[in-house]
Design a protein around this ligand. Structure first.
Ligand code: SAM
Length: 282
């Protein structure tokens, strides 16, 4: 974590892919390097600003040479510099190599990962948390983080071996919500204990669920919504940790719903009475 009075960072211009700082940033594509450094890459002006507004610690701001003289980018760079981040002004070639795609975003940031300690989760009466069993697909995880943010869930718990919440693809799919939704992780056994101690309903979603997801009274206390793995669904050890198993009724030929869609449907039902409609946004 950076201190509140950070030493200003440094500004460098880089055009070579052989530069060791660039090599290091490019390695953030790999989970192992993200884990070892505790950092990750976020692409785009919106995401970088979202992160900073939400108080996330930035280590490096990277922007295209073409952004020199752009008022918004230079103001962002000054802000990051004052927070102790290094600023890299890079060629198009370097930017494309970091993003690993054509037409990369002009601005990127290397941020410190942030995980919530499960022991600090102490839900209030109206809180909803989402737990995801071994979620595999980065697009699903990113979409669920974004949906949880929109629906006002308090956080997400990743159970077992999951796809990385800080992979570039996941972060991209969250559209910035990764900076707003607390993330915790635990293994199956820890989750079972956590669920047993949960002071409200633990609603597992299951194709064999005996209860229509629209029936329970979700306002009776905090809700922990548990979603199953994309291929296998919930294993017995996790479904047995639930107080109820709910199902979304289906017509047609599909044997199940996509995980992120099912999460959204359940979350919006659980949050129905808490979400008031205040008219169309401008
Ligand atoms: N073959 C898996 C199975 O038998 O459970 C399908 C898994 S489904 C693609 C992934 C997850 O989405 C499920 O574990 C459950 O959490 C949720 N899900 C999908 N369709 C659902 C439905 N109709 N009712 C409740 N949950 C559903």
């Amino acid at each position: 974590m950076s201190s509140s009075i950070a030493a200003p960072g440094r500004v460098k211009e880089v055009t070579s892919l052989a530069n060791p700082i660039i090599k290091d940033i490019r390695l953030l594509e790999k989970k192992r390097h993200r884990d070892e450094t505790g950092t990750f890459l976020a692409e785009g002006m919106k995401l970088v600003i979202d992160a900073i507004e939400n108080g996330w610690d930035i280590r490096t701001l990277i922007y295209a040479k073409a952004g020199k003289g752009n008022e918004q980018i230079e103001a962002l760079a000054a802000r990051c510099l004052a927070k102790g981040a290094d600023i890299l002004i890079v060629s198009e070639k370097v930017l494309g190599a970091i993003a690993r795609r054509d037409n990369p975003q002009m601005v990127m940031g290397v941020f410190e990962q942030r995980w919530t300690d499960p022991a600090s989760i102490s839900p209030d009466e109206k809180d909803v948390w989402v737990a995801l069993d071994r979620v595999r697909d980065p697009g699903n995880l990113g979409t669920i983080i974004r949906t949880a943010d929109a629906a006002g869930a308090k956080g997400i718990i990743l159970v077992g071996q999951t796809t990385d919440a800080f992979a570039t693809e996941t972060v991209r799919a969250t559209m910035g919500s990764v900076f707003a939704v607390p993330l915790a992780r635990m293994d199956e056994a820890e989750f079972s204990t956590f669920a047993k101690n949960w002071p409200g309903m633990v609603a597992g979603t299951h194709l064999k669920g005996a209860i229509d997801y629209r029936k329970p009274d979700y306002d009776a206390g905090p809700v922990l919504l548990l979603m199953g793995n994309e291929q296998a669904g919930l294993p017995d050890i996790l479904s047995e940790a639930c107080s109820i198993l709910i199902k979304i009724p289906q017509a047609g030929r599909a044997d199940s719903l996509n995980l992120a869609i099912a999460t959204g449907i359940c979350l919006y039902e659980i949050r129905r009475s808490a979400l008031t409609f205040d008219g169309a946004s401008e």
